[in-house]
Structures are given as C-alpha cells and as structure tokens.
Design a protein around this ligand. Sequence first.
Ligand code: UD1
Ligand code: MG
Length: 433
Amino acid sequence: MKKNLSIIILAAGAGTRMKSNTPKVLHKISGKPMLYYSIKEASKLSDDITVVLFHQAQKVQQEMEKYFSHVHFVIQDHNNFPGTGGAVMGITPKYEKTLVLNGDMPLIQAQELEKFDHKDATIVMSVLELQNADGYGRVLIKNGRVEKIIEQKDANERELNITTANAGIYQFETSFLRENLPKLSNNNAQKEYYITDLVEMAIQEGKVLIPLTVEVENFKGVNSKVELAEAEVIHQNRIKKEFLKAGVIMRLPDTIYIEEGVEISGESILENGVTLLGNSKIINAHIKTNSVVEDAIIQNSDVGPMARIRPLSELYETHIGNFVETKKAILHGVKAGHLSYLGDCTIDEGTNIGCGTITCNYDGVKKHQTLIGKNVFIGSDTQLVAPVKIEDDVIIAAGSTITKNISKGSLAITRAPLKVIAGYFYKLFGDKQ
Ligand code: UD1
Ligand code: MG
C-alpha cells in the first residue's frame, strides 16, 4: 500500500434517477451494495479513506460498517454546499495526494486506480471515449488540450455532441484541492458546487493536468436501474471469467449468476441457470441446472437439477437430486434423490432419504433438530417430527410419521389399516357397460 495517498469517496447524492427509496449507493451488484466495491478497492491503496454521505447517511454508514471498520464517514453540508465539489469541502486528507472516487462506480479496480498516480501532475482526470456520452459531463478539448468539463445540464447543442466524457475520478495534489475548493461557485444550471470546475481552474493557473483515458468496463457510472443492470452484467462476467480461468467448468456461463463472496475450487461443474449466493463454498462439486445455493458449503457432492440449498447447509460426499430443499442441514455421505425438505438436521454416512421425506422442524414457535445416524433407510413419504433422533442402521417404512426416537437396528413403521371393498366403484357410479 502506498503511503502518500488519501481517498475520498462521494456517496452523498440523492440518486434521483434511480427512482427508489433505497439510497443509490446501496443498490446491489452481484449481491453487494455498489459502495462496497469502491471502499474495497480503495482499501487496497490507502489507509486514509473518507466516505461522504448525506441522503440517508445513517443507513448507508450502518450498511458499510458491516464490512469495513477502518473508514471515516463525514456528512456533507449539503444544504449550503450541494454538488460534487461541495462534497469534498471540509475534509482534511492526510496525505499529499487525494484520489476522489464516485460511490456509484462499482466496476473500479485498484490496479486501474494506480494509473492516476503521476508525480508531477496537479490533477489527473479520467476520460471516457464513448459513442454516446449521454448522462456524463463532456470534456472540452482544444488543440489536443483539455479546456474544461461541461455538465450535461449546462451544455449547449454543440457541446452535447461531444463524445469525450468525464468518468468522474480524479487524483489531486491535496494542496491544490485545499486552496481551490473555497473558490468554487454554484453559478450553473443545477446551482451546485461542481468538482469538475477545478479542472478549468487548474488550467488557468498553468498547472499540469493529465487526462487519462479509461475504459467504461472499469469506470462506468450508475445513475439509473438500466445502468445498474448493465454494470451487473459486466461484473458477473468478470466473476465468471476468474472462475473459468481457475478451472471451473460452466455450461452456458451467461445463464449462471454468482455473487461476490462465493468461492469455487477443485474440479467443479456449474450447469446452466445455476445461482450461487452469499458466501457459498463449492469444492469439487457438480451443481446441476437451475439449482440455487445460498451461504452453503458443498464438497465432493452433486446437487440438482432444480435443488435449493439454503443457508448453513453443509454437504459432503452427498447426492442431492431434483426438488430437494435443505436448510441448516449437515449431510455426510447422504443420498436424497427426490423431492424432500431437510431442515435443521444432521444426517450421517450411508443414509438414504426416500422421495417425499420431510423433517418437520417447526412447531409454530420454535425450530427443532432431526438427527439421523449411519446407514439409515428412510422410506418414501416419511415425516420426521422434530426433535427426533434416528440411530444407526434403522429402516423406516414408507409413509411413516415418526414422533419419537428410534433405536439402533430397528424397523419403524406406522400404517393406517388398508381396507379394500370389492365392486364399490360400480355401486357408486353404476355399471356403464
Ligand atoms: C458526475 C460529474 C460528471 C461525470 C459523472 C461521471 C460533476 C459535477 N459531474 O456527474 O462530469 O461525467 O459524474 O459519472 O461532478 N455526490 C455527493 N454529493 C452531492 C452530489 C453528488 O456526494 O452533493 C456524489 C454522488 O453520490 C455520486 C457522485 O457524487 O456518487 C456523483 O454524483 P452524480 O450526481 O451521480 O453526478 P453525475 O451527474 O453523474
Ligand atoms: Mg453519477
């Protein structure tokens, strides 16, 4: 980590264009709030990170404190100094360089941010060459030199056609920032203090300004739900590419969704439509079509198609077939091939769970445990009313409702007597022949 860099992340804006009550920077990409990614990447470069908040500040701060403990949060004096320039006022960066990031840029990566480090420049600013710069500030360039940045709302017809855009990230000499922030005015269409006006000031003062052309893949700004969805596609592709490179097999990767925080290792296979959420760990496992895995560990096992492995499940050397749901289920060497609910249970090696088995874990108030030992055969359509313990080597006959513990080696069977009444059909409906 470099020791001369402070980072300010702007996250105070209302995010009106998101059309949402959720603060913009808390909208999620690959399962984590956008601002999470800015802070995560910033943390690789600096130990002096300030996040500027205003709209729903407390909510944003609380959410970020779940992930980060080393960040300063400040509240912008938004009523008096609205705008991206106003956001930076009143902060005292510790180091001689200050990198300013937008909290609505979830695709930034530390190695790209390092390119802003130019010893002699007063400002290094990010520039995007786009086909259509709609929504961005336009960069006015004359004779190959940047003149200024014009915000979309302040631009005239001719300026709107400019396709060179301001990506919104800048590295400043901290002393320049300190001296010039008080000089900003809000004499513009939005009556805001624009950080972008510092560019023109630097040029007029004859300072060194370096425009750094960056890729939209890394510096896309998210202002609307459309852009949120577009950024997530890029982010997903990035996550999946890393896993593919590491040796994971994916069938139709475009149909697979993997959240930030998921780990996949060994010779794992993901079929089409698989969703992996939270901090799931997939180790040498085969996850089949349209299965959903959330905060679970799956090792040396196969799951699905169409299975749902819910939080705190741990599957080792286990086979899970279609329409099986598990939750807080610890399974070692188990087969559950079809249509079951296995919740709050521990099941041991060699045990077979028949089709239609349900652990009745909830009594309406509390959850209870089901413990099943080794080499147990649970017949189809069994209900295990928890709390209940099935010891090793037990057979449970199909259709049984088990309400008490079953000891080692037993057969357990519940049967309502079967009645057969010959000819009853014809008595009821008559003989149609
Ligand atoms: C800004 C730039 C624009 C650039 C674009 C790139 C300005 C004036 N314009 O426009 O040139 O092309 O980013 O994405 O800087 N924020 C605050 N306090 C405020 C206002 C905004 O902290 O008072 C934060 C927002 O939360 C956001 C960031 O600053 O994270 C950018 O604000 P936003 O309103 O999205 O600016 P843009 O219009 O996108
Ligand atoms: Mg923006």
